[in-house]
Design a protein around this ligand. Sequence first.
Ligand SMILES: C[S@@+](CC[C@H](N)C(=O)[O-])C[C@H]1O[C@@H](n2cnc3c(N)ncnc32)[C@H](O)[C@@H]1O
Length: 209
Amino acid sequence: MSNYLDDISSERNPLLQEMEQFAKEKNIPIMELNGIDTMLHFMKIGNVKSICEIGTAIGYSALRMVSALPGSTICTIERDLERYELARKYISRSNNAKQISIIFGDALEDEDKVAKSAPFDALFIDAAKGQYQRFFEIYEKYVVPGGIIFTDNVLFKGLLEEKIEVIESKRTRQLVTKIARFNDWLIKNENYETVIIPTGDGLAVSIKK
Ligand SMILES: C[S@@+](CC[C@H](N)C(=O)[O-])C[C@H]1O[C@@H](n2cnc3c(N)ncnc32)[C@H](O)[C@@H]1O
């Protein structure tokens, strides 16, 4: 199903296609096509204009968001210097460069740098999977009531449906356990209405009450 949805996904401009190719060649994780299409759709319905992104990588999702949402602004943070510099280069080649501010830093430590661009209509969490709850708890206060928090990879390659004992790698088992705990915490969080959508690698969409 996913391959088919990727094939019929909305058209991307040559810069975005180049970034997709680069990410594939260098094994840099960027959001899956049908996952990002779903997220952009929710952002359009929610009339999202200001976004905070945790985990820029090379700037692909940031560029997809500003291209899809006219007049929007994004504050995005990345802790890997090489990826941060690549993101800056790619973003500078886009017509939407002025809409994006990239911060080089660790989202767990540099909250104050991100907070300068708050408040946000949406928060997009797409960084270290083992830290999702911490990212959520640090940045949720900067999201307006009625705003949306998106968390990617919450179904982690379908592994949440597997029996934990059959997963060979210890590290993967630990990650699956952490994501399962996060999903459970999120679904039960009474300050949000959350739905988990099996699109891309699994997308949690949480509306702030
Ligand atoms: C899945 S990639 C982001 C992909 C990007 N959102 C996209 O779809 O184009 C995750 C990125 O988060 C970064 N990251 C992980 N933990 C972080 C942290 N604590 N602070 C900032 N960036 C972090 C990683 O270096 C990595 O580049």
